[in-house]
Ligand binder design. Structure first.
Ligand code: HXC
Length: 259
């Protein structure tokens, strides 16, 4: 399948998705959302694919934000009636299988918000994260004010949203916005390596682990600990649980059935 604004390739069990509007610093317009929605749905539906990596084309940007040129003439009623940005939740955040954002260069506004939709972010040493929407007279609209605050805490999130200040890769790692920083030249290979490792795990367990960690952001502690226990008990009924534990006892690698 070919897309207008992204490139998609499969490397064994890993899907690599590349934002491909380098002339606009990969700004996120409606077509990008449409393409990503289809690509993530195809990834989720393909049993041969077990992890995905999303990255930007060009060295300069992961994505420099929602497409300002697409938004400049819209008024409040347009945004409301289209429920603008709601598609990101269903089309991207709703992905059930794990995926990693590999960020080099600018991840600004919607670009930062898109990276934060990933299960985790690996950053190049060139990465710069920011929520500069205030300079345009607006505010984050794709979950950024909430996800950034949960990731880095109130002080840094508030400063970034109120001043538009960018955070470099070192600060982003220190603040737990990204899981680690790698040299820019190695970014995609490092992300693919991490994805291959995830892809080698029992796939249902990967999906359940993802759901469990996300629960921490969506539910109260007592309730999420109970849901964690129930999900653990469901996983215990899979053939891969039996295989995983038997393989450990027999000192051999597991062979996964995916159920
Ligand atoms: C549309 C964009 C864009 C964007 C860059 N471009 N960002 N187009 N939407 N968000 C385009 C530029 O217009 C230009 O194309 C080309 O990409 C290269 O950008 P330059 O500005 O020439 O590059 P440079 O001088 O290196 O500056 C890089 C930059 C700057 C600092 C990243 O481009 C910038 O500030 N971009 C906007 C960042 C931003 O404000 N993001 C948040 C958007 S709002 P042309 O053809 O013109 O030369 C958002 C959520 C909004 O994300 C929610 C509200 C409801």
């Amino acid at each position: 399948m070919s897309y207008e604004t992204i490139l998609v390739e499969q490397r064994d069990a890993v899907t690599l998705i590349t934002l491909n509007r380098p002339q606009a610093l990969n700004a996120l317009n409606s077509q990008v959302l449409k393409d990503l929605t289809q690509a993530f749905a195809a990834y989720d539906a393909d049993p041969s694919q077990r992890c995905a990596v999303l990255t930007g084309s060009g060295e300069k940007a992961f994505a420099a934000g929602a497409d300002i040129k697409e938004m400049v003439d819209k008024d409040a009623a347009d945004f409301f009636l289209e429920d603008f940005f709601s598609g990101w939740q269903s089309g991207v955040v709703g992905t059930r299988k794990p995926w990693i954002a590999a960020v080099a260069g600018f991840a600004l506004g919607g670009g930062c918000e898109l990276a934060m939709m990933a299960d985790f972010i690996i950053a190049a040493d060139t990465a710069k994260f920011g929520q500069p929407e205030i300079k345009l007279g607006v505010a984050p609209g794709m979950g950024g004010s909430q996800r950034l605050t949960r990731a880095v805490g109130k002080a840094k999130a508030m400063e970034m949203c109120l001043t538009g200040r960018m955070m470099d890769a070192t600060e982003a790692e220190r603040a737990s916005l990204v899981s680690r920083v790698v040299p820019a030249a190695d970014l995609v290979e490092e992300a693919l390596k991490a994805a291959a490792l995830i892809a080698s795990m029992p796939p249902m367990a990967a999906m359940v682990n993802k759901e469990m960690v996300n629960l921490a952001f969506e539910t109260g502690l007592a309730q999420s600990i109970q849901i964690e226990r129930r999900l653990f008990q469901i996983l215990a009924a899979t053939e891969d649980k039996k295989e995983g534990m038997t393989a450990f006892v027999e000192k051999r690698p597991g062979v996964w059935k995916g159920r």
